[in-house]
Design a protein around this ligand. Structure first.
Ligand code: CA
Ligand code: CA
Ligand code: CA
Length: 632
């Protein structure tokens, strides 16, 4: 862009020239003679043979005086910059004369052209051809970049009203524009034009903002497309949806033997479909857009020829499978992969004495999938103007929940490798229990495995009552029970912070959210509670002062609301600066509740008992906690 900005000044300099008045009594020079007051000023230079009382006026081409650029006074020379304004207002675009006026006499004149108007892209639209995908519109086009001749490219069309340099930048925006993934620049004359973006096969699925900049020779510039979702007043840019295999279940969990609807959007003749279970697989996962698992059903094929231009629903029978996290893996004819996760809860809740709750609500709160096609993620993390999150969207990243690999997977692997069978529950499954008493009768331990930031009042009430009755709790992440949400239909609605509603999280969890630095500073835990809680560190080889792991991202700490008996097992001292330490805690109540909280966002992600990332002290710590908390 700097080169574009420099260009109009260069052109302006070429257009500049001295103009001597007809009357040799005065010399007037205006440089440049054509300029935009939005980006430049004109220099006005006047020289008289002798001192006189003169002013410099702006005059229309037909001689009407509009006002003074410099009021009359005695002078022999004048050098000034003119901003293209009279009385503080930019004058209208057009051709003018600048005149040197002595009383009753015009001494010199020079013409000047003012153009403060940026080029306009009229009739702007985007298309992927003559077969639009369902939901496509003037500024949204769906492409399937696989070079099969159908919807392989996006064509942006517009009519320019003047000569301009037009730049098209393609951004994969989620909450803010990063760097463009593609830039196309063209010097264009007035008239109709088209610019084509053909994404490479394998371009990550999702929506892309095609931001346009049109700059005229004077540097007047018009933008189509804001740099932030919340920005106002900037005309919208075209958006292109690169369609992968987008698939989603209409519910978060199913009971064995039930039937589910799987909705699929894919531009493919054929899809292969298979159901797998996450956790028992031995193969490590290296990508955030990948789910691995063990095969549960043989691969099946779907003839998708009738559904290439709109999503369609497929009936899925849930087998008599053990409770767990499952997913369908769909592969299109060109090898594009999409995943749709779902929880299989037990046929009867309470089949096991331990429940593991997966953060299905928080996963969706952090889901930047852009269903409405405006180029920005449909979550309040993209824009404060968004207050709801749709629970029935596919997850971005080919269907994989946000940070699943970093925060959730290791614990699922730990459960499988330790042979633990539990009730796997989606957030809303906990609310199937009528009262805390029922929850307490069903479970000795409830594990909140991932990041459970968003919690309904019903969940909070049930879990709190369960704890009051002596139920055990494990929180393997941080920043839990932070926001109050409501679930309305298929949407999550964000309300207020629980602590501002008089229910600070620490009174339930032991710690509560302190700070977030997006993971830029992480450090090891230092053991502080080995003498108070020796059972927790037994066999780990850790003593007070010893360190383990590398933790942070979001951190929790005790507060005056923490139960009186809350002990700090370990801390990450000053990880976010002086006094801002993460704390891992444990407390027991007179009713017999035992409550553990990890205090950092990524503890659950660090408990993998095998492989290169294995830390025997950490897995032993979890083994010890499990042994103590899994019994009443
Ligand atoms: Ca212009
Ligand atoms: Ca295609
Ligand atoms: Ca959106």
């Amino acid at each position: 862009m700097p080169s574009l900005r420099a260009l109009p000044l260069g052109l302006a300099a070429l257009a500049a020239g001295a103009l001597t008045s007809a009357a040799s009594a005065a010399t007037l020079e205006v440089v440049p003679r054509t300029f935009s007051p939005r980006v430049a000023e004109a220099t006005v230079r006047l020289e008289l043979e002798r001192p006189r009382r003169v002013g410099v006026a702006l005059v229309t081409r037909d001689g009407r005086r509009l006002g003074w650029i410099s009021r009359p006074r005695m002078r022999r020379t004048l050098t000034m910059r003119w901003s293209g304004r009279l009385g503080g207002q930019v004058v209208a675009d057009g051709r003018y004369r600048i005149e040197v006026v002595a009383p009753a006499r015009r001494l010199a004149a020079a013409s000047v052209v003012v153009d403060a108007t940026a080029p306009r892209l009229a009739e702007l639209d985007v298309t992927s051809g003559d077969r639009p995908y369902e939901g496509d519109g003037r500024l949204l086009a769906t492409v399937s970049p696989n070079r099969d001749g159908l919807r392989d490219r996006a064509t942006v069309r517009f009519r320019l009203d003047e000569r301009a340099i037009v730049t098209l930048e393609v951004y994969g925006a989620r909450r803010a524009l990063g760097g463009p993934v593609r830039t196309i620049t063209a010097a264009l004359g007035p008239g109709r034009h088209r610019l084509v973006w053909e994404p490479r096969p394998g371009t990550p699925p999702g929506t892309y903002i095609l931001r346009l900049t049109a700059t005229d020779v004077l540097g007047n510039r018009r933008l189509y497309g804001a740099t932030r979702a919340a920005a106002r007043g900037i005309p919208r840019a075209p958006v292109v949806r690169v369609l992968g295999v987008d698939a989603w279940f209409t519910r978060r969990s199913y009971a064995p033997g039930g039937r589910a609807w799987l909705v699929v959007a894919a531009d493919s003749r054929r899809l292969s479909v298979q159901i797998l279970r996450a956790g028992p697989e031995s193969e490590p996962t290296f990508r955030n857009d990948e789910l691995k698992g063990v095969v549960v059903t043989p691969p099946g094929g779907l003839d998708w020829r009738g559904h290439r231009s709109s999503p369609a629903a497929v009936r899925v029978r849930i087998g008599d499978w053990p409770s767990g996290l499952y997913f369908t893996r769909l592969v299109s004819g060109d090898g594009t992969v999409g995943y749709a996760p779902f929880v299989v809860r037990p046929k009867t809740l309470g089949a096991h004495r331990i429940a593991v709750v997966l953060p299905t609500d928080t996963w969706q709160a952090y889901n930047f999938y852009d269903a409405d096609g405006d180029g920005w993620g449909d979550t309040w993390y993209a824009s404060e103007r968004i207050a709801t999150a749709d629970l029935t969207r596919p997850h971005l990243n080919r269907g994989v929940p946000y940070r699943f690999r970093s925060y959730d997977l290791a614990f699922l692997r730990w459960l499988s490798l330790r042979g633990k069978e539990v009730d796997f529950l989606a957030d809303e499954d906990v609310e199937r229990f009528r009262r805390g008493e029922d929850l307490s009768a069903a479970y000795d331990l409830i594990v909140f495995a991932g990041h459970h930031e968003y919690v309904t009042a019903r969940m909070y009430d049930l879990v709190e009552r369960y704890r009051d009755l002596g139920g055990n709790l494990m929180f393997l992440s941080a920043n839990n029970f932070f926001w109050k949400v409501d679930r309305q239909g298929g949407r999550l609605v964000r309300r207020e912070l629980w602590r501002e509603l008089g229910r600070p999280e620490a009174q339930l969890i032991g710690v509560q959210y302190l700070a977030n630095d997006d993971g830029s500073r992480q450090a090891p835990f230092m053991v502080t509670g080995a003498e108070v809680l020796p059972w927790a560190f037994e066999g780990t080889g850790l003593e007070n002062g010893d360190t383990f792991g590398l933790y942070g991202i979001e951190i929790d700490a005790t507060s005056p609301d923490s139960p009186a008996a809350t002990h700090v097992l370990a801390a990450v001292p000053d990880v976010f600066g002086p006094g801002r330490s993460a704390q891992m805690t444990y407390y027991e109540t007179a009713a017999g509740a035992k409550v553990f909280a990890a205090g950092v966002l990524n503890f659950g992600g660090s408990v993998l008992p095998v492989g290169r990332l294995r830390d025997p002290a950490v897995t032993r710590l979890l083994d010890n906690l499990w042994a103590r908390l899994s019994v009443p």
